[in-house]
Design a protein around this ligand. Sequence first.
Ligand SMILES: [Fe+2]
Ligand SMILES: [Fe+2]
Length: 438
Amino acid sequence: MKHWCNTLHLHCLDSSEADKTFSSSISPKFLRSTLRYFLQHSAVFPHHFRSSLFAPASPRTAPSFTCTLLDDTTSRDTNAPEITDETPSDPEHSVQQVSRLRSEHLNAFFDADESMYQVRLANVFSLALQNFVVELSELQTGFRRLVGLDSPLRYTPPDCLNFILDDATVANRERERENRDGKVETGWFVRKVYDVTCAGLDLLFDGRPIPRFWMLETVARMPYFAYSSCLHLLSTLGWYRSPTLMNMHHAEELNEAYHLAVMESLGGDKQWRDRFLAFHASLVYYWFLVILFLFSPAESYRFSQILEAHAADSYCEFIDANRDLLRSLPAPEVSHEYYSEFMYYFYEFQLSDEKQPPPERRPEIFSLLDVFENILLDEREHTRTMSACTDFIENGNKFHYNGKAVSGSSRRPNVIPSQKREQFWRKWAGVHNKRDRG
Ligand SMILES: [Fe+2]
Ligand SMILES: [Fe+2]
């Protein structure tokens, strides 16, 4: 596992430049901005270190980048830190390298085992208490920022990355897709829940695409948890067994978990309010899907299908709107681990032709653009698998994934009637007795 992150240049007040400025003229504005910068960055520890999650990327496509820190006194829109490949000559904006932070300082999902912020596994009460203490402190910090006592976190990812995403364009893209490919026919209730969910996302994450994606990826795992839970229940009762579906949903859940880790590494979970919302909404969403699955597995799969399609539309629009910027940024370390190295369960959620494994898709990761393009392809595959599951349940159509055929054999009763069982054993015993006598 790689332990060193890519060079990340943050423009701040370098000591030598600061000395020069102090010796020539010490302006109140300069002192204010210097003090504000250091206070802010001491307050955000350890989240500040998340910027170091950028992994070593190929030198041909991953230039170092800079976040230009400007004065806080101007408005956010005009003053947002800009990404540039060049080191500015402005003496107030010299470069401080914060490269080579060890991964043990990071707390993204799949680095958790090596993170110094990972707690020891304990009983649920102990874990809840530890989490409460940490989050209470974060809540206080968030409140101070909300009321203006502290400066907002605009110099750490994702704010300093300046990504854009227009909700209206995503909605247009969705309409175009539905006109082209046909609308997924869901019940009115499921469609209403979907509409409310999308409206809520638009409202709460306006102008914040990475936190929006982090929220989406947090809840995106819930359908697969819910399906697996229900399939385990049905299997325990002996009413229905499908190791194939359970395997597929496990692979999909893992895939979503890596998407989530990418968004965490980009600072998507930086704010307390987003974490609070995502975790609690996920609980509600999980139980909603469990109940929906128990009443109608097909409708539950359809709900997931339209949400996965929405996620794909959002990523597609995001890539188009930020292509050049994404290409200039290095990829998070966790994306290298998943897409370039061990690809755990990667092919287990991909549809294929009859008895043929899916075409090999071993993504090459050179920049953040490659990461998002691969996430987009994953979301499209999730949409296809959800559609195949619905078709399988409602119409009995078999589908293939990873070279395995999922047929309708489970439509036969899984308990052999007693009379048939007796007939079989009598016949079997008769044949063997005759053979032994002969
Ligand atoms: Fe995802
Ligand atoms: Fe997905």
